[in-house]
Ligand binder design. Structure first.
Ligand SMILES: [Zn+2]
Length: 281
């Protein structure tokens, strides 16, 4: 299944669960959904780096555990929603438990390249921020980083998950970048940036552009650990080869014990450079 189809299936499955449970307003509570399906949820000590949650199966009884070291409430909810994805998504229980009983270890939060993990992440985003309700909330949230913070409070989701979801639905030019040290872990772009012709998209493992607020922020790891924030401006061409020389806002926040940094680039300036078909008026 292509990534696009996997995402569509996750969106549809999540939306039907939200409707079935009768949620009409934010926040969508994954604990409540688990309870209604007789899935016990608890915290568990997890010594394995990157492992955020577990789905357990004994016969037809399921349980969810999330790693005790996670202190971010939004990320706990995301992790529980990710495990619910493995329960609800077609084919997941069969794939994860080929022998019936067992324990599946999850690395949630868009860090895994495994398509099964990725689809569960799509499901978690769609469950906590369902399309119809979220699109409406985005329209009323304003712009840039403050809009993302507002939506995160409304949905009780982490800033990172909210920013990624926001990039799908906003009409603005937004890029959401997660980095560690000198390198970029991943980048999500809104359509207004994706659709720019002639730009090179950011790839996993790319170096952070020198001189940007993010590069300077990451030079001191205590900024990340202490969850400090910084802001400034850079240009789209600093980040995207072949991009227009348009100034963009650069908001940077350290993600604490997660050890990574979130950068939100956004602008409401017109992006069309000197494209041959752009109007001169
Ligand atoms: Zn998983």
């Amino acid at each position: 299944m292509s990534d696009k189809l996997a995402r569509a299936e996750a969106e549809n499955t999540a939306q039907s669960i939200v409707e079935e449970c009768g949620f009409t307003a934010f926040p969508i509570c994954p604990f409540e959904i688990a309870k209604r399906h007789d899935i016990h949820v608890e915290a568990k000590q997890s010594g394995k780096p990157g492992v955020s949650g577990f789905l357990l199966r004994v016969g037809n009884v399921f349980g969810i555990q999330y790693a005790q070291h996670i202190t971010n409430d939004g990320f706990i909810r995301f992790t529980v929603a990710h495990e619910l994805g493995h329960y609800f998504l077609p084919g997941h229980p069969e794939k994860l438990f080929p022998r019936g009983d067992g324990v599946h270890e999850s690395k949630s939060g868009f860090i895994s390249g495994d398509p099964v993990e990725r689809q569960a992440d799509y499901f978690a985003s769609a469950l906590l921020m369902p399309v119809h309700q979220f699109r409406e909330a985005v329209n009323g949230a304003g712009s840039g980083f403050s809009a993302i913070e507002k939506l995160a409070r409304l949905c009780k989701t982490s800033i990172t998950a909210t920013a990624i979801r926001y990039s799908y639905f906003t009409d603005e030019a937004v890029a959401v970048i997660v980095s560690s040290g000198e390198r970029i872990d991943y980048c999500f772009m809104s359509d207004r940036i994706r659709d720019l012709r002639g730009i090179t998209w950011i790839k996993k493992g790319d170096l952070l552009p020198k001189g940007t607020v993010t590069a300077m922020f990451n030079a001191d790891q205590s900024n990340v650990e202490q969850a400090r924030q910084d802001e400034g401006t850079s240009t789209l061409s600093d980040w995207f080869d072949g991009g227009p020389d348009v100034e963009i806002n650069e908001d940077v926040v350290g993600l604490g014990s997660y050890g990574k940094t979130l950068t939100i680039l956004f602008t409401d300036e017109p992006l069309e450079d000197d494209d041959e078909d752009s109007d001169d008026d």
